[in-house]
Design a protein around this ligand. Sequence first.
Ligand code: G4P
Length: 529
Amino acid sequence: MEFLSEIERRRTFGIISHPDAGKTTLTEKLLLYGGAIQEAGAVKSNKVKKGAASDFMAIERQRGISVATSVLAFIYKDKKINILDTPGHKDFAEDTFRTLTAVDSVIVVIDVAKGVEEQTQKLVEVCRLRSIPILVFINKLDREGKDAFELMDEVEIKLGLTVTPLTFPIGMGYDFRGIYNIWEENLELFNPDDKQRVSEKIKFRSINDENLKLNIGVKQTKQLKEDLELISGVYPKFNVQNYLSGDLQPVFFGSALNNFGVQELLDCFIEIAPKPRPKGSDMRIIYPTEDKFTGFVFKIHANMDPKHRDRLAFIKIVSGKFERNIPYLNVRQNKKFKFSSPNAFFAEKKQIIDVSFPGDIVGLHDTGNFKIGDTLTTGEKINFKGIPNFSPEHFRYINNTDPMKAKQLNKGINQLMDEGVAQLFILNINNRKVVGTVGALQFEVIQYRLLHEYGAKCNFENLNVYKACWVSREESENNEFEEFKRVKQKFLAKDKQNQLVFLADSDFTLRMTINKYPSLKFYFTSEFK
Ligand code: G4P
């Protein structure tokens, strides 16, 4: 019984947004309501520019970009909330994509003035394809922005969602007066002086409350009534099942900075957001309520403690209880491991735990055994699906510039690749190493980390590659495969799993090649088997 109720009370989610929409601020306010921090500013003032709590590595502090994906856990109204932080910077999009394999739902933050931005579009698309339940928070209502109805249209068109508002703003910017809570059918007035604390707010039970006119005036009261009529006429009625299946997305309005609309969001979220969901494996679907432990590695974080060369593998628990000091099988290696000090998180703060439940994230100390995507079980040989590599966007040769440190360089490259910082390809023709990344910034991250963590020096050399495609040979009676290998030998490489990869130098070449060799299959992600 205890096991089932532990699963029931877990909510594991990610917050995604375009940089600057207010993800960090919202995260912080959620922590504030959860009592995990006492005062606003604890996370925010730690944001990279100012030296960080949720960003560990020195390089992040230097650059002012959130490189790390950390886990923030707290209890709110007896629900165990796990927020998986996702880097907003586009160069670290792959890290975010991987984190999305470990969440059970997401909250999308949109800036009321900027509307739907590029990075939001990409991330939401991934969520939509996976039918992850999505909840939208429109932020910065204290500023002038787009009309609420217009913005909801934009969300529907640009993000391909079907929305229905569960809260609605009264005015915005200078005229922002408060939020009507459609979900609870009450209303809360805005007091701009509440930035730092969670305070009592003036609440009204009904829109017909005579005091309302006194507070927001006749004009805004009339407008609100009209807006609510329009909403009930135009938008579908909220239905939890449709939200959970990814067919309907509730929208909330507020101002994270001003603590406004956040509690409405959180209170509704804990009611409707999914508890840990089942997950597909290569053999069968695994349900959280199964009594045997299974989980998978979605992130590896290196060297959080500069004094030790330690790596922390982040595991999402899919089913069963995870227990300290019990041997678990890493299916890829067919090898059992025991963990004497598994960690739970609060940003940089870790604590050793004895037991964790489905939905939770545990951090396991790793001396270089794990790779992103590894499955851990009590013995069953299954592999969780859903952590493919996508084609990188940038490709460069990596050259060793200190011949005395070749070993360190190789070790460093291998470990960074296991962490998923970038992808490594080895050219068939000359065994040269090519590093592929999502953003150009990663090359600097790699160079910095190789030097500071492994004492190895390297430089990069440009390589003209448009896309990497994984190639598989279908049953063919002709010699197409041999011909393809001969003609394209300069452009063929192996990835870390020894799979054949075609590095096409242009979109044109890629299309020509696909047409020319119809019996071969070209894939844009590494997980095609
Ligand atoms: P991010 O994690 O999505 O990148 O965004 P972040 O929370 O850091 O917020 C980006 C900027 O937007 C911050 O201002 C933050 O204070 C501001 N902001 C967040 N929520 C609101 C809101 O509801 N209303 C208004 N007016 N501003 C909001 P900054 O100047 O970049 O940082 P700071 O100097 O305020 O810390």
